[in-house]
Design a protein around this ligand. Structure first.
Ligand SMILES: C[S@@+](CC[C@H](N)C(=O)[O-])C[C@H]1O[C@@H](n2cnc3c(N)ncnc32)[C@H](O)[C@@H]1O
Length: 275
């Protein structure tokens, strides 16, 4: 199926039984083109239609292929076949930031941040990442040239977004695989990051901006260290807590009302200023 226009995406499933049923399912789900060669079924779909396409196909595969031997590949228009459904990820926008996987076209406007969503947490899809990006968006102009600490950098999406706006960024990450993903993200975007695996308590310096997208209990546990890492007149952005966890996080951070707090889909984020 060569020459796809950009709004189409493809799913290809190789399976040992159930190919006929899968063809029917693709057809029921509104495939605009369908091909079956032996046990390989390929369907073309309009982007975003139907909703939760991948979930439905995976649910079907769980039924006909409980051993999990079926192979699901996806491709965006013009892109290569990639394992799994994440290849369908076209990107996300948050504030000025245009988070895009390497296989999606870059938009003409905004600040592009190329992130491979298969590497580590931080594809830009998660509400806590989007909240953090939007709050970061409001800070970067005033903080260009200043230092930022990203606690729990994951894929490096926040670090790279800030670095692209001129901040000098230290990305702190516990997981070796995520540090590797973070380094790949920096390279893909042509920015330099200081990537550290040190404990936050051992970082030994302060930053004008500190950003942490971490689960609520981790934010609570690290609250004192997060505050200690913020330079005088600096800013702390926290994200990653559930809405109901935010009051406990703010309490642990010192109890003052945040300058801004915002939420999306049950996730909360807040901005605190250091005196
Ligand atoms: C929710 S992800 C956030 C990733 C990315 N910053 C984003 O906003 O999408 C949290 C990351 O923090 C890392 N992490 C958890 N606790 C940490 C700690 N104490 N110090 C450094 N990294 C930590 C995890 O390994 C994970 O990659």
């Amino acid at each position: 199926m060569p020459g796809l226009p950009p709004e189409l995406r493809r799913l290809r499933v190789t399976l040992t039984s159930g190919a006929e049923d899968l063809s029917e399912l693709f057809s029921d789900l509104g495939a605009v083109a369908l091909a079956r060669e032996g046990e390989v079924v390929t369907g073309e779909f309009e982007a975003g239609r139907p909703g939760a396409l991948e979930d439905r196909v995976e649910a079907f595969l769980h039924l006909v292929d409980p051993a999990g031997t079926a192979r699901l590949e996806t491709a965006l228009a013009g892109g290569p076949w990639l394992e799994g459904w994440r290849a369908l990820f076209l990107g996300a926008d948050a504030g000025r930031f245009r988070i895009r996987p390497p296989w999606a076209p870059l938009p003409a406007d905004g600040v592009p941040v190329i992130v491979d969503p298969r590497g580590a947490f931080g594809s830009g899809l998660h509400p806590s990442t989007r909240l953090a990006l939007r709050l970061l968006d409001a800070e970067v102009e005033a903080r260009s040239g200043q230092s930022m600490l990203d606690v729990g950098a994951g894929s490096g999406v926040l670090s790279v977004a800030a670095a692209r706006c001129g901040l000098k960024v230290c990305a702190l990450e516990l997981e070796a695989s995520a540090r590797a993903a973070c380094a790949r993200t920096a390279a893909a975007n042509g920015v330099g990051l200081e990537i550290r695996d040190a404990a936050l308590a051992a970082i030994g310096r302060r930053f004008e901006l500190v950003i942490a997208n971490l689960p609520g209990p981790v934010l609570r546990k690290l609250a004192g260290q997060l505050r200690a890492a913020v330079a005088p007149k600096g800013t702390l952005i926290v994200s990653g807590a559930h809405v109901e966890e935010l009051p406990g996080v703010l309490q642990a951070l010192g109890g003052e009302a945040p300058e801004t707090s915002t939420e999306e889909a049950g996730w909360a984020a807040a901005v605190l200023r250091q005196g």
